[in-house]
Design a protein around this ligand. Structure first.
Ligand SMILES: *[C@@H]1O[C@H](CO)[C@@H](O)[C@H](O)[C@H]1NC(C)=O
Length: 119
């Protein structure tokens, strides 16, 4: 069993404008959670937090991050990427938001989240 968390920040530069203007309808958010419960909460949560921390640092540098934390059935795999036209600041903001939303998938062991500008 693998824990796979994929996060894709598909953000256009308009998203920040949408956020600043407080209009959430300028983009869509899609979140899909896995169907398999996590294996061991005691191990899952720290692995998840460590993976998300690692990704956060990478996102600040390059707008892309991947992390593998833990071992065996408690391994957390996280992948995050922003569109290249997004500034690093916007990318970090997107990631910060995704990070607060993704735990809603708990206790399932996987989730995918994406933002897409529709305007
Ligand atoms: C979860 O992992 C902890 C730490 O290794 C262990 O002590 C505990 O027995 C495990 N729980 C289950 C339900 O496997």
């Amino acid at each position: 069993m693998k824990i796979a968390i994929q996060m894709v920040c598909l953000l256009g530069s308009l998203l920040l404008l949408g956020r600043v203007a407080g209009d959430p309808r300028s983009f869509t958010v899609e979140m899909k959670c896995g169907k398999q419960p996590q294996h061991n909460t005691t191990l899952f949560v720290p692995n998840f937090v460590a993976a998300m921390d690692s990704i956060g640092e990478q996102m600040q540098r390059s707008g892309f991050g991947k992390a593998v934390k833990g071992s065996g059935p408690d391994t957390n795999y996280v992948l995050a990427q922003c569109y290249g036209d997004l500034s690093l600041l916007d990318c970090v903001l997107c990631y910060a938001h995704a990070r607060t939303v993704l735990p809603q998938c708990f206790p399932y062991n996987g989730g995918r989240i994406s933002w897409m500008d529709v305007s």
